[in-house]
Design a protein. Sequence first.
Length: 301
Amino acid sequence: MTVNKKATISIIIAMATFGTVGFVAPKTGLKAIDLVFIRCVFATIFLFSVWYFSGLAKKEIFNKKDITLSLFSGILLVMNWVFLFKSFENLSVTISVSIYYLAPVILFLLGSLIYKEKITVIPLLGVLSSFIGSILLSGINSDFTLDKFLSSGVIWAFLAAIFYGLLMIVNKGITKTSSYFTTLLQTTLGFLLLIPFVKFDSFQNLHLENWSFILIIGFVHTGVIYALFFGNIRFLPSNMIAVLTFLDPAVAIVLDTVITGFKPTPTQIIGIFMTFLGIALILLLNSPKKVSQNSNEKIAN
């Protein structure tokens, strides 16, 4: 099978860019809910512009079931983003993304349960490896207490991973509506749902630099990169996409080490290795041979 080079480069750019979101978020000067709200606003503006003015709107299939699922997944997406940004407020980017990327493991377990699929030995070892790795990453030791765990930020990363997994499960049921319109519905519902919880006063004290990073997250991370990702994902086999998915956390971890000087403990290094080994076993050994043209299984950061 000939690999589409243009699509491959586009996905590489998209995944590498996704990996920088953990460093851009703190520079916005906003807390998680406020940041997700404004991200949804700018993403909605961009995605609607692409969807409408590119002519995709004229070809759109407005399927009632898909629209219902898209709106439900919009709730999951908002929860996913809020918890992810909450984790960035309390944890290093390395620990956050390592735990966050347990989502494929959660997806695999939920999928096996829902579709009553038999779990073979190797994927089971992958689940076990990821579980042990996440425990080591969490910093659980002899001084462990529930209060320390809840205040560490680890719980936010775990919740983000859970909602990410649920989001991918729901998105599997969306088959007729385009990825662009699905994501547009999700981000539109997102900012509408968050209006009652947003502290609008927090936007008044922002500087030009803060707004620059807000625009980057809204238009680049969510708008341009989503368009780049969804516009090219259908041209690549899913085993290659599974490999390229690791660019996101890899870039995040490298930047965390270089920019912030984060140095994981030996136990955390083992935890990172075991977590991603387990995820790799599940992603690479359980990916279907073909990606549907309307694939919308991956909602990135």
